[in-house]
Design a protein around this ligand. Structure first.
Ligand SMILES: C[S@@+](CC[C@H](N)C(=O)[O-])C[C@H]1O[C@@H](n2cnc3c(N)ncnc32)[C@H](O)[C@@H]1O
Length: 257
C-alpha cells in the first residue's frame, strides 16, 4: 500500500506546512491534525487522573490538544515539535485565558527535548509516533523528563505484522515491538487498549464532514487532493474493519525510584 499522504507531492514537500492549516482544520477540527476531534482527546484520557497535572505534548501540531487539556482539565502543558512555525502558530492561536499554562518549543540543536529531567507528571502524544523511526532515543528522553512514577500516554496505529522492510513514511510497529522499545527505555506497567471501534466511528464521521466540505476543499486545493484524502480515509476504514491496522491507546509508567 502506498502510504504517501495525498497532501505530499514529493518527499521534500512536507505535509506539515503552514499553507495546509485551513485544510487540516476543515478535516480534523479547530487546531487539530489528527482523527477524532476533541471526543478522541477526551477518550484518550478517560480513565486517567489529569487535573492540574504538568504534562508534555510530543508533536503538538497546531496546539489544539494542549489548549483543550489546559482549559478543560486545568493542566499545565508544554509541547515539543520538529517544525518551528508550529511553535509560533501555537503561541499566536492559544486562547488568552490559558496562555500562562502553556509553553511550546522545538528540539534543541542536539535533537533533545528542551526541558529539564523530572519536569513532568505525564508525557502524551497523539497521532505522532508512527512518524518516528528512532523511538528508542525519543522514549529514553521521555523517560528522563518524566518525574518518578510519571505516565507516558500514547495514541498510535499498531499493525499485526511489521512491514517487509519498514521503508514507507509511516513506521509499522506491532504491539510486541512497541512493548520492547518502551521496556528498553525503562518503562514498565505497559498496557494497550484497542480503540479501533471508536476510531472507525471517528473516520466515518470525518468522511461525512468531508462530503459536506467537498466544494470548499476542491476550490482551494483542487479535485485530486480532495479525492486523495477521500480515498485514504476509505482505505483506513477497510484496514480497521479487516484488522490490518489497530488504533491503540498505550500506557507506560516510569519506575517510582
Ligand atoms: C498527525 S500530526 C498530529 C498533531 C497533534 N498531535 C494533533 O493530534 O493534532 C503529527 C505531528 O507530529 C509532528 N512530528 C513528527 N515527528 C515528530 C517528532 N519526532 N517529534 C515531535 N513531533 C513530531 C509533526 O510535525 C506533526 O505536527
Amino acid at each position: 500500500m502506498n502510504e504517501k499522504t495525498p497532501f505530499e507531492k514529493s518527499s521534500s514537500d512536507s505535509v506539515y506546512s503552514l499553507r495546509n492549516v485551513s485544510l487540516f482544520e476543515t478535516i480534523y477540527g479547530k487546531n487539530l491534525i489528527s482523527i477524532g476531534g476533541f471526543d478522541s482527546v477526551e477518550y484518550m484520557f478517560s480513565d486517567l487522573e489529569t487535573k492540574n497535572l504538568n504534562a508534555l505534548d510530543i508533536g503538538f501540531g497546531l496546539g489544539g490538544i494542549a489548549f483543550y487539556l489546559a482549559k478543560n482539565h486545568q493542566m499545565k502543558i508544554s509541547g515539543v515539535e520538529v517544525h518551528p512555525w508550529m511553535v509560533k502558530y501555537a503561541y499566536e492561536n492559544a486562547p488568552k485565558d490559558i496562555a500562562p499554562q502553556l509553553s511550546f518549543a522545538v528540539y534543541d540543536d542536539q535533537g533533545q527535548i528542551p526541558y529539564h529531567a523530572e519536569s513532568f507528571d505525564m508525557v502524551y502524544s497523539k497521532g505522532v509516533l508512527n512518524h518516528v523511526r528512532d523511538k528508542a532515543s525519543l522514549f529514553q528522553q521521555v523517560n528522563t523528563v518524566l518525574k518518578p512514577a510519571g505516565l507516558f500516554v500514547i495514541t498510535d496505529w499498531i499493525f499485526p505484522q511489521s512491514a517487509p522492510n519498514n521503508a514507507g513514511p509511516l513506521v509499522h510497529e506491532t504491539q510486541e515491538s512497541y512493548r520492547q522499545v518502551l521496556q528498553n527505555a525503562g518503562f514498565h506497567e505497559i498496557s494497550f487498549r484497542n480503540d479501533s471501534k471508536m476510531f472507525l466511528g471517528y473516520v466515518q464521521d470525518l468522511l461525512k464532514n468531508l462530503e459536506k466540505c467537498k466544494m470548499t476543499i476542491t476550490q482551494e486545493y483542487g479535485e485530486d487532493l480532495f479525492s486523495g484524502i477521500w480515498n485514504q480515509h476509505q482505505d483506513l476504514i477497510k484496514d480497521i474493519q479487516n484488522d490490518r491496522k489497530f488504533s491503540m491507546r498505550i500506557l507506560a509508567k516510569k519506575s517510582a525510584h
